[in-house]
Design a protein around this ligand. Structure first.
Ligand SMILES: [Zn+2]
Length: 320
C-alpha cells in the first residue's frame, strides 16, 4: 500500500512541470515552456533564438532532449516550482541548472506548501518537525482548518514524520482531544457505555455478581475519529484499567479517555474519589456509566496529542 502511494505521489509531479519556466545555466537565462504531450520549447529572451525538444520522466529525474543538439539535460524530481535544480552537459559548458516556474515562487497557501514540503527529498524523517512547525505557525486560522480537513495531506505527512512530531503538527493545525463532556455525548462512546452497562449484571440479586466493565477511548489523529476497546470485566467494586500496550492502540491513534460502569447504586451519578485521582494521574478523562446514564469524571481533556500514545500522565502530554 505504501509503495503504491509513493508511486502516485511521484507521478503527480509531472503536472507541476507543465507551464513556463525561467531557467538559469552558467551566464545564460532561457525561458522553457513544457506541455503535457511531452514537448518542450526554449527561447533566449535576449536574442529571441528558440528551439524545441522533448521531456520524459525517468524515475528520479526528468530527461530533456533537444532537437539537433547533443546537449544532455536532466531535472531532479520531485519537481519544485519555486527552486528547481538540474544538470546540463553541453558543448559550451557543464554545470548546475536552476529554474523557477512562472508564479511558482508565490505561496500557494498552507495546504499546498505542506504538500510540496513533504514531497521534497530534503524532508527527512525525524528532523522535519521544525520546518512544519514554522510554516504552520505563519498560517491563518482558516488555512489551518483547511489543512486539517485534507485527509490525503494528513496521511501524506503522517507517513513522513515521527508519530510524535506528527501529533504536535496536528495540534498546531487545531486538533484537540475531546473533553470528557464531549466524549459523554459522542455516539461511539455512548454505544460502548451501553454495551458495557448491559454486561454489568446490574439486575443480579446478589451484589457480588455485579461486574464493572469498561475500556479505552482512542482518537485517530489523521481523521479525528473516536473508537473504543474493552478490557476484561472487573468485579462488583472495581475495574483494572492499566495503561494499554502499544499493540492494543489502533494505528494513528492515541488514548483520549477511558470509560467504565458503576453497577453499584452508590456510584450511580457521582464521580468517586479514586476515579478522579486516577484520571489526574493518567491525564485523560473518565466517562462513567451509572444507573442514570453516562457522565464525565476527572480531568477536562487530554491536554496535548503528543507524548505517550497511551496515558500521557499528569502533564497531559507534550506541547507543540
Ligand atoms: Zn469507578
Amino acid at each position: 500500500m505504501r509503495c503504491h502511494l509513493a508511486e502516485v505521489l511521484v507521478a503527480d509531479d509531472a503536472g507541476e512541470l507543465v507551464g513556463t519556466w525561467t531557467v538559469h545555466f552558467m551566464r545564460w537565462t532561457w525561458e522553457y515552456t513544457f506541455t503535457a504531450d511531452g514537448k518542450v520549447t526554449w527561447r533566449d529572451p535576449l536574442n529571441n533564438e528558440s528551439g524545441s525538444g522533448r521531456w520524459a520522466l525517468m524515475g528520479s529525474i526528468v530527461n530533456l532532449t533537444w532537437t539537433n543538439s547533443t546537449e544532455k539535460e536532466t531535472w531532479n524530481r520531485p519537481i519544485r516550482p519555486g527552486d528547481q535544480i538540474g544538470w546540463c552537459v553541453a558543448s559550451y559548458g557543464t554545470g548546475k541548472i536552476e529554474a523557477k516556474k512562472a508564479g511558482g515562487g508565490a505561496s500557494a497557501g498552507l495546504k499546498d506548501d505542506l504538500r510540496t514540503m513533504a514531497n521534497r527529498s530534503d524532508f527527512k524523517f525525524g528532523s522535519n518537525y521544525d520546518q512544519v512547525h514554522d510554516r504552520i505557525t505563519k498560517a491563518s486560522a482558516q488555512e489551518k482548518r483547511e489543512a486539517l480537513s485534507d485527509q490525503p495531506l494528513l496521511t501524506l505527512i503522517r507517513h513522513k514524520m515521527l508519530f510524535n512530531d506528527f501529533a504536535m503538527a496536528v495540534e498546531l493545525l487545531g486538533r484537540q482531544s475531546p473533553t470528557g463532556k464531549q466524549l459523554t455525548e459522542d455516539a461511539v462512546v455512548k454505544s460502548a457505555c451501553e454495551a458495557a452497562w448491559a454486561d454489568s449484571n446490574v439486575n443480579a440479586s446478589n451484589p457480588n455478581d455485579w461486574r464493572e466493565n469498561g475500556g479505552y477511548i482512542f482518537m485517530n489523529l489523521v481523521s479525528g475519529q473516536v473508537s473504543t476497546a474493552r478490557v476484561p470485566s472487573g468485579n462488583w467494586g472495581g475495574l483494572n484499567l492499566p495503561g494499554p500496550e502499544i499493540k492494543d492502540i489502533p494505528d494513528d491513534s492515541i488514548v483520549v479517555g477511558v470509560f467504565h460502569t458503576h453497577p453499584n447504586p452508590d456510584g450511580a451519578g457521582t464521580c468517586e474519589d479514586h476515579d478522579v485521582q486516577k484520571s489526574k494521574i493518567d491525564g485523560v478523562p473518565d466517562v462513567v456509566r451509572g444507573a442514570k446514564g453516562p457522565f464525565p469524571c476527572g480531568v477536562e481533556r487530554r491536554l496535548h496529542l503528543a507524548g505517550s500514545r497511551g496515558y500521557p500522565g499528569p502533564s497531559g502530554g507534550d506541547p507543540p
